[in-house]
Design a protein around this ligand. Structure first.
Ligand code: NCD
Ligand code: ZN
Length: 373
């Protein structure tokens, strides 16, 4: 990292994570504290097994998240995240989910948005949608009531090269969908290409995108650096360097339609290191530090708060958080071993066997560290 003179601590309005996988059961208990200690709210993905397809299931999942957080709070130095964190729930769109269920959940404040997974595109997406044109009535309802549609934007056509699946999705599905539903609020999640960044930047005001920390830091070379590296495998998969640069430019541009969404997607060690390893990067433990490092490299720290704490709630039509978080700069030559991101986390999950997860940035020293209060 380039050392900058006069680096001082950075305090921003408490941010939100507009895309996270918190899982369930033991894994939920292991990971929820990492998200809650940084973020005021998080849009929680519904791709559980079985997926969250009803208001009742979402409310019960929300209760389990809050219970897991209360159980994991009390760690010294972490304040009381259970008191400041609100999980925002999402519905998993299927071709049979009734539009009335979406409307009920949205009006009751249980569903904040609905997620469109193309069937087979990613982890637990088999029950997803084969073609967005099949769910017209649901999308019409969402458009009418102002409920955001969150999209995993990749085609699943095996004929399409995996590195082209996002760009092809925009052309084949997203453009027609926006034409059919011009008033629908749409978030293209975890964008990975220059094509997506340009499409969103040039698109209408009701179209936005989340950007992950890993897509700002790595390109596809990371997957193959001196061997096969499953910890850098996620979906949509990282692309060429020119795409990473376009994402960095978009995130730090100040355009309010780009905002923070980590797509933190924990999979245990065994699930990552297997003949058919799962897609997903566990970046929650150092997410803010990871983003801040990029913004500083781009001389754009003055735009960090908008990306992390303002653009998301404004797009969703939610109030900004009260309260703040602070980050302290770390000097590149600081050799305090506690500043190195651990190679492996062994997280208490309330069972006899801790959850073993490799965090994003394992072994690195980031430019910033969250201050614990
Ligand atoms: C996510 C997961 O594991 O649930 N994986 C990932 O690589 N991002 C699913 C998703 O968001 O695609
Ligand atoms: Zn995701």
């Amino acid at each position: 990292m380039t050392e900058r003179p006069g680096r001082t601590s950075l305090t921003i309005r408490r941010p939100d994570d507009w895309h996270v996988h918190l899982r369930d059961g033991a894994m939920l208990r292991a990971v929820v504290g990492h998200t809650a200690r940084q973020f005021g709210r998080a849009i929680v993905m519904p791709n559980l097994r079985p997926p969250i397809t009803s208001v009742v299931a979402a409310a019960a999942y929300r209760d389990r998240i809050q219970a897991a957080l209360r159980a994991s709070s009390g760690e010294p130095g972490h304040g009381n995240p259970a008191a400041t964190f609100t999980p925002l729930m999402t519905a998993y769109l299927t071709e049979t989910l009734p539009a009335a269920e979406l409307e009920l959940g949205f009006r009751e404040g249980v569903f904040n948005a609905a997620k469109l997974y193309p069937a087979g595109a990613t982890t637990n997406s088999d029950a997803g949608v084969r073609d967005p044109a099949h769910i017209g009535p649901a999308l019409e309802t969402m458009e009418r009531i102002g409920m955001p549609l969150l999209i995993h934007g990749e085609v699943t056509d095996p004929e399409v090269d995996i590195f082209d699946r996002e760009a092809v999705f925009i052309e084949r599905h997203l453009q027609p969908l926006l034409r059919r539903h011009p008033g629908l609020k749409v978030v293209l999640e975890h964008i990975t290409t220059a094509d997506a960044a340009a499409f969103v930047a040039e698109g209408p005001a009701n179209l936005a995108a989340t950007i992950t920390p890993h897509h700002l830091h790595i390109n596809r070379n990371a997957l193959f650096r001196s061997g096969l590296r499953p910890d850098f495998y996620c979906l949509p998969v990282a692309k060429r360097e020119r795409h990473r640069l376009a994402l960095v430019a978009a995130a730090t541009s100040g355009n309010p339609r780009f905002f923070l969404g980590t797509d933190s997607a924990p999979h245990g060690r065994e699930a990552k290191e297997s003949a058919c390893g799962c897609a997903g990067i566990y970046n929650a433990p150092f997410a803010l530090e990871s983003y801040a490092t990029v913004f500083e490299q781009e001389n754009a720290l003055d735009r960090f708060e908008a990306f992390a704490s303002e653009n998301g709630p404004r797009f969703y039509g939610l109030p900004l958080n009260g309260g703040t978080v602070s980050l302290e700069p770390i000097s590149a030559d600081d050799d305090n071993p506690e500043l190195v991101v651990p190679a492996m986390l062994e997280l208490d999950n309330g069972t006899a066997t801790p959850s073993r997860l490799v965090p994003f940035h394992a072994g690195e020293v980031l430019g910033w560290r969250l201050k614990t209060t």
